[in-house]
Design a protein around this ligand. Structure first.
Ligand SMILES: [Zn+2]
Length: 759
């Protein structure tokens, strides 16, 4: 797309280093820099942002996505070696770090309907004309869900909608049980691994997950190759490992999967599914769904197939057989280091995975090529004399798709060093056209807003920050007051991190402040984890000109440089405290609402309301009565919050004093100690024994939901025990998390004291 606006010409005339984007309401000199060093930094950053070239991004993608490159494939290793060679050619110190992990691949996959008629599922994605790599069948992994157990089961089918816990509550009221049944769930609403987990908890013996055209097929737009959406035989591969328990190699929880690591026996592993599961296309699902009888599915459960969706059970019966080669495969992480000139023991870590399910042009190559171009840009600056203060570690992870294997094993292997040294981890994954999507630790919210103000959107003639602000004004989330917030609040809010990419080990396990960055929202499609996610698709429907790839390289690279060069690490605790206040309010409201709902529902049951209101000819069972929960004491959480808030104010005053007069005081303060104390703040948000029943997850503010998978639960210990109606546990967690907030307050206070010393 060619947009030539007068505005862009004017901006192009500004001298290098000048702010080329809208400064926004609260822009000032760079936080954590003296006036003089800010000027130098801005010059280097401007030089950096001139380097990324869309033509390079295109050629890297053509190379990396040319053939299927899943873990264990020849081309996965070949890609790692090619990336290593580029990094070395540009003069960077880089190496490959390997780990050996459990990675099952299919031996047998069979699905047939055995009653009332016979039908055999194809379980194959055909090649399509005009898409040359879609025919590389010899190298493609078949459609399957990794870490499903082996199984051979036959049973009646039950349609469970998305297969999340609420769907089973609705089935209970319909009087439908999945005990002894094979459930058929559609993709969407939760991470896929939740579906077999919840099905097994309810007694199902097998699980099919299909792609309904309502979610990513013809309901959304034209299907591939006429358009970007999923065609009828397209199926979504993917991991069903129980990642909310722990991600990474199932055999080596908590430790790096090195050659001599102690490994669990396969029978001891907690993160495999309990029942066999396979993913299927809607072409394979439709005959099964059409043969089902029983109650008509509630309206919200219906997809876009031309059938009447019914719940079952049966009379359709299915036979599902799946078995796997339970092999160990080698991971190839490529890691480059740029040593810090003055503070080599403070690390800024940046990563994107390079492995894919098949060719993976979008997931993950679109993000990996931006990281590669960033690496080339930083190498170019080094040749011109730039020397970052801190060490920069650039990581190309392997094995992300199966369960964040490469990043988790590396982070576990280097845990001690990372806990001491890692200041920030910045992740990216797939990248498309559209708006900047930044999420992560709220101690970095102000920082990433500042970076976004300095990045020009490649298609709209405003900064990526301004464009996102306008989007939030145009489409406010939630209540109408939110429309004014993006205008009035200095920083645009960033979302919290759940799971679904390589930041998890850094933030959730080690307590390293983390960000996830990417562009998206304007190039939707339905090729995720299929053989059609390839160069032909991406160069037509993804980011055909690679200009948003360039914008990602500019955004993440600027963030890395600004963190690596700052005198004082630019964490901010004002936005963080503001966000924690919202989370505390949310869990308090959740407790109150849950209580009121249970009391009201019990009353309705006593009154006989359900039996009287429901259609007597379509009997529904009333819900069962629940014990009314106790009133909970949130004082420990409020006290913890108050301590945090006081400390954040103290730090803000200390930072303002240090920045006064061009930041002269920054040069005097004992910055090494202040920075070390700042790095420790995010660690103070973790507890060694982790979350209830999942000790690997140590962060007490953010975690992926135990029943959502990707979706985040903030203050997870408190929120999830309330959602699961475990009142005693909730009370305990309120105390623990209150103490964590106090600890964080103390850590912030000691950073403030260090910063004030000598001023
Ligand atoms: Zn990915």
């Amino acid at each position: 797309m060619q947009k030539l606006a007068i505005g862009s010409l004017c901006l192009a005339l500004l001298p290098p280093g000048a702010r080329t984007a809208d400064p926004g309401p609260e822009a000032s000199a760079l936080a954590g820099y003296t006036a003089a060093s800010a000027k130098t930094e801005q010059d280097w950053e401007a030089k950096f942002r001139a380097i990324p070239d869309p033509a390079n991004l295109r050629s890297y993608m053509q190379r990396l996505a040319a053939r299927p490159h899943h873990v264990g494939s020849a081309y996965d290793k070949d890609n790692a070696e090619w990336i290593l060679a580029r990094l070395k050619e540009w003069g960077l110190d880089a190496k490959i770090e390997t780990y050996d992990v459990l990675f099952p691949t299919p031996k047998e996959r069979a699905l047939e309907m055995v009653a009332p008629t016979r039908f055999t599922a194809k379980l194959e994605e055909p090649s399509v004309a005009g898409d040359p790599t879609s025919s590389q069948h010899n190298e493609q992994l078949p459609t399957y869900n990794a870490y499903s157990i082996d199984g051979d089961v036959t049973g009646p089918l039950v349609y469970v909608n998305f297969g999340v816990p609420e769907d089973y509550e609705a089935l209970d009221r319909m009087g439908v049980s999945v005990k002894g049944a094979i459930v058929i769930a559609r993709y969407g609403a939760s991470w896929r691994g939740i579906k077999p987990k919840v099905a097994a908890e309810h007694g199902a013996i097998g699980c099919l997950i299909y792609s309904d055209p309502h979610e990513d097929g013809y309901f959304r737009g034209l299907d591939y190759p006429a358009g970007p959406f999923r065609p009828k035989d397209g199926a979504q591969r993917g991991s069903v490992m129980d990642m909310p328990t722990y991600p990474g190699d199932p055999l080596t929880p908590g430790v790096g999967a090195t050659k001599d690591a102690r490994r669990l026996a396969l029978s001891e592993v907690q993160t495999l599914t309990k029942i066999p599961v396979i993913p299927i296309s809607y072409a394979d699902a439709q005959p099964l769904l059409a043969a089902m009888e029983g109650r008509v599915a509630p309206e919200a459960w219906r997809g876009s197939l031309p059938i009447t969706y019914r719940v079952g059970p049966g009379p359709a019966r299915a036979h599902l057989k799946a078995s796997f080669n339970w092999d160990t495969k080698t991971l190839y992480n490529v890691v480059a280091r740029i040593p810090g000139a003055t503070d080599p023991d403070e690390w800024i870590v940046r990563g994107n995975h390079h492995d894919a399910w098949v060719n993976g042009a979008q997931d993950p190559v679109s993000g990996a090529v931006a990281l590669l171009e960033e690496a080339r840009g930083l190498a170019g600056l080094l040749r011109q004399g730039w020397r970052p203060k801190r060490t920069i570690v650039l990581c190309f992870w392997d094995g992300e798709e199966e369960g964040l294997l490469g990043s988790t094993e590396w982070a576990e292997d280097h845990a001690r060093e990372l806990q001491q040294k890692a200041a920030v981890y910045i992740n990216s994954d797939n990248n498309d056209r559209g708006y900047l999507n930044a999420s992560g630790s709220h101690t970095l919210e102000k920082f990433i807003n500042g970076v976004a103000r300095d990045i020009q959107d490649p298609e709209a003639q405003v900064s990526v920050w301004k464009r996102l602000q306008f989007l939030r004004i145009a489409n406010p989330q939630g209540n109408p007051a939110d429309r004014q917030e993006p205008r009035n609040r200095a920083d645009l809010r960033i979302a919290a991190l759940g799971s679904g990419s390589d930041y998890s080990a850094f933030i959730d396990h080690l307590g390293v402040a983390s960000l996830n960055l990417g562009f998206g929202g304007e190039s939707e499609g339905g090729i995720y984890h299929s053989i059609y996610d390839d160069v032909a698709w991406y160069t037509k429907y993804g980011d055909p000109d690679f200009v948003y790839g360039k914008a990602l390289a500019q955004t993440a690279g600027t963030a890395v440089m600004r963190l690596a060069d700052a005198e004082l690490l630019p964490y901010d605790f004002g936005d963080f405290t503001d966000t924690i206040r919202r989370y505390v309010n949310e869990v308090e409201k959740l407790a109150q609402d849950t209580r009121e709902q249970i009391v009201e529902q019990n009353r309705r049951i006593d009154e006989g309301l359900f039996a009287a209101v429901d259609n007597p000819r379509e009997k529904m069972l009333p819900p069962s009565k629940e014990q009314a929960p106790p009133f909970l004491n949130f004082a420990p959480l409020e006290n913890g919050f108050a301590a945090l808030q006081r400390a954040a104010e103290q730090y803000s005053q200390a930072a303002t004093r240090a920045a006064a007069g061009g930041g002269a005081a920054l040069a005097n303060a004992s910055l090494r100690d202040a920075n070390a104390k700042l790095i420790a703040v995010e660690r103070a948000l973790t507890l060694k024994d982790g979350l209830p029943n999942r000790p690997w997850y140590q962060h007490q503010i953010y975690a992926p939901g135990f029943y959502t998978g990707y979706g985040v639960k903030t203050l997870p210990g408190v929120r999830e025990s309330l959602e699961q109606k475990q009142w005693k546990l909730a009370e305990e967690q309120i105390g623990r998390v209150g103490k964590v907030l106090e600890n964080a307050g103390e850590a912030i206070q000691s950073a403030a004291a260090e910063l004030s010393r000598g001023n």
